[in-house]
Structure formats: structure tokens, C-alpha cells
Design a protein around this ligand. Structure first.
Ligand code: FES
Length: 195
């Protein structure tokens, strides 16, 4: 009969098991520290993501929250616009805020053909919005940014713009020209369709 019995692992005093209590404490402390670091870094990443998302959210919902109705703006008397000419007209953007300063002004091109036959173009290029210039000698609008060119009727002639110039809705009232203004046109939200 074998009188030797295997020593239970809990009672084995040889090797590393001899310091079991201290080793367990170290392991526990290390896992707590690691978990703490993970939690803190996770929270920091979440905070950084939140901070980075604020401008994006503002960009997306800002125009919706701030969007006012377009307004009819008086830009001058009919006799200010000679027939067969295209003139640049400055006016106050109805969506301006007190701190906008000079940027609260905007412009449009008024083309008068004959009588009460008008076209009113946005000054902003249909590509990325740079102000276009009118050249009466060549009868063309040209964009200085990337070379977009438009015909005198606002149609796209060449360059990167995907379409012709945007047109303001307008109406003639008591000898005055009024345009409907208040937002920058985009491909999804042209000004004329808001009239
Ligand atoms: S902004 Fe006018 S061509 Fe690009």
C-alpha cells in the first residue's frame, strides 16, 4: 500500500506557488490598472470624438435651424437698368446678422433685354461659389477661380461649373425691381425654385 499522497496545490510551498498571495495581488492590481487605463483612454477618445463632431453637427443642422424665409428685396428703379445691358447691383443680404459687416452685402447681375424682360443672376459661380465677372466686350461671365465661363443669358459655356448661373426670382412693383433673396443657391436648392 502506497502511503504517499499527492500534496494539494494549495499547500505546495515550492516554486512560485510559495508566494501565491502576493502574486494574485499583483495580477489583480495589474488588471485593475489596465482596466482603468482602458476606461480613461476610452473616455478621452469619446470626448475627443464629441468635440470633433460639434462643428460637423453645426454645419449640418445650422442652416436648418437658422434658415429664415427668403425675402423680397428692392434693388432699384426700373429706369436704373438700361435695355440691352447687364449691370452689377449690390444689396443687403436679408439673412445678414449684425456682426456680418461687409460680408452682409451681396450682389447680383441684372440683365435687361427689352421692356420688362429681365434676367437676374446670382453673382456666385455654380461651381464653388466664387463671384463671377461680367465682360460686356465679349458678352461673357467669367469666374476667376477655375475658369468657368457663362454666356450672357447665364448658360454654361465652358469650365467646371455643372450648370448655368443661378437666377433670382424677381418681380416688378410700382416701377421698382424686387428680387427674392436670403440664401446662397446650391444644386439642390436653387433660388429660382423658391419663388
Ligand atoms: S468656382 Fe467658378 S469655376 Fe470654380
Amino acid at each position: 500500500m502506497n502511503s504517499e499522497h499527492p500534496t494539494p496545490p494549495c499547500c505546495n510551498s515550492s516554486g512560485s506557488g510559495g508566494h501565491g498571495g502576493s502574486g494574485d495581488a499583483e495580477v489583480t492590481l495589474a488588471s485593475i490598472t489596465r482596466r482603468g487605463i482602458l476606461l480613461v483612454s476610452g473616455a478621452l477618445f469619446a470626448l475627443a470624438g464629441l468635440i470633433l463632431a460639434i462643428p460637423l453637427v453645426g454645419y449640418i443642422i445650422g442652416p436648418i435651424m437658422r434658415r429664415k424665409e427668403d425675402q423680397w428685396v428692392d434693388i432699384g428703379a426700373l429706369e436704373d437698368f438700361p435695355e440691352n445691358q447687364t449691370l452689377l447691383v449690390d444689396f443687403e443680404d436679408p439673412d445678414r446678422r449684425p456682426w456680418d459687416g461687409m460680408t452682409g452685402k451681396t450682389s447680383c447681375y441684372v440683365r435687361r433685354l427689352q421692356g420688362e424682360n429681365f434676367q437676374v443672376f446670382s453673382i456666385n459661380c455654380a461651381h464653388l461659389g466664387c463671384p463671377v465677372h461680367w465682360f460686356p466686350e465679349s458678352g461673357l461671365f467669367m469666374c476667376p477661380c477655375h475658369g468657368g465661363v457663362y454666356y450672357e443669358d447665364g448658360g454654361r459655356a465652358s469650365g467646371p461649373p455643372p450648370r448655368g448661373l443661378y437666377e433670382y426670382a424677381f418681380r416688378l412693383e410700382k416701377g421698382r425691381m424686387l428680387v427674392r433673396a436670403g440664401h446662397l443657391p446650391t444644386l439642390q436648392d436653387t433660388m429660382k425654385e423658391t419663388s
